[in-house]
Design a protein. Sequence first.
Length: 325
Amino acid sequence: MAPWFMVGIICGLCFVCVSGELQRLEQPAKGDGSLSFLVVGDWGRRGSFNQSRVAFQMGKIGEKLDIDFVVSTGDNFYDNGLSSEHDTAFEESFTDVYTAKSLQKQWYSVLGNHDYRGDAEAQLSPLLRNIDSRWLCLRSFIVNAELAEIIFVDTTPFVNTYFLDPEEHTYDWRGVTPRKPYIINLLKDVDSALRKSTATWKIVVGHHAIRSVGHHGDTQELVSHLLPILKANNVDFYMNGHDHCLEHISDTDSPVQFLTSGAGSKAWRGDVKQLNREGLSFFYDGQGFMSVQLTQSDAEIVFYDIYGNILHRLNASKQFLHSSI
């Protein structure tokens, strides 16, 4: 039987879905083939906890870099996601905060654990795009940005604690259960997408960290199940939120660079784990965000604080990343 295809247009955004594969979204690069975008996570607090100050600096850096889009690493709305598609928190924490002209670009978002505590499917609803056309959130999907392919992975269902010891929290697992086949199929889809990719840069985005020295530390379920796929497919960058900090950690036996950008609002000052600091290049326990600039041969990753100060810069050539191991 021939595979089932779905092609659609949502507010000018083209997506293609093949049964058994992740949805693929097309994002054109600049005329010169380069790409630039911002990464922010753990932000949705109606402007409080310095969310508005982070947004202001994002606007300035976004204009300077002429960004193509913004990536959100999840925990988009605190404390318990959205209650429905009509929850005013969507506009109060997103539309009314990220008002700079340079941020009126496509936002690609994944769900975080706090998003699953509300109506998770509300954030996936195309109805939100009628309110703000920038918004696009799916569980797992691919953004084909020509010289880069960015695979967004729904990491919350991987974490055992949310199922075995949810404490007082209630999670919206619609679309996820039964959990085991959901995870198995997702890992197969991610591996298949990475194997087929011919992009110069391979990037994976998830909410939870694979490596972190922040509050939550390493996510062992991702270390066991997702990281081997990233290594086998020569992924360049894994970008995440969850820990409310900014981090850069280099893998010790592969080119993968672990980049945490989860400092979009409330931060955890002084909350640093001393375990597994191997490969740590940078850690900041305040609010901020990250920029990414890519060409065919080079990458520049920059971390900023709420004043727009540069805290850390990673300049790396594609050749260096893959020859340094």
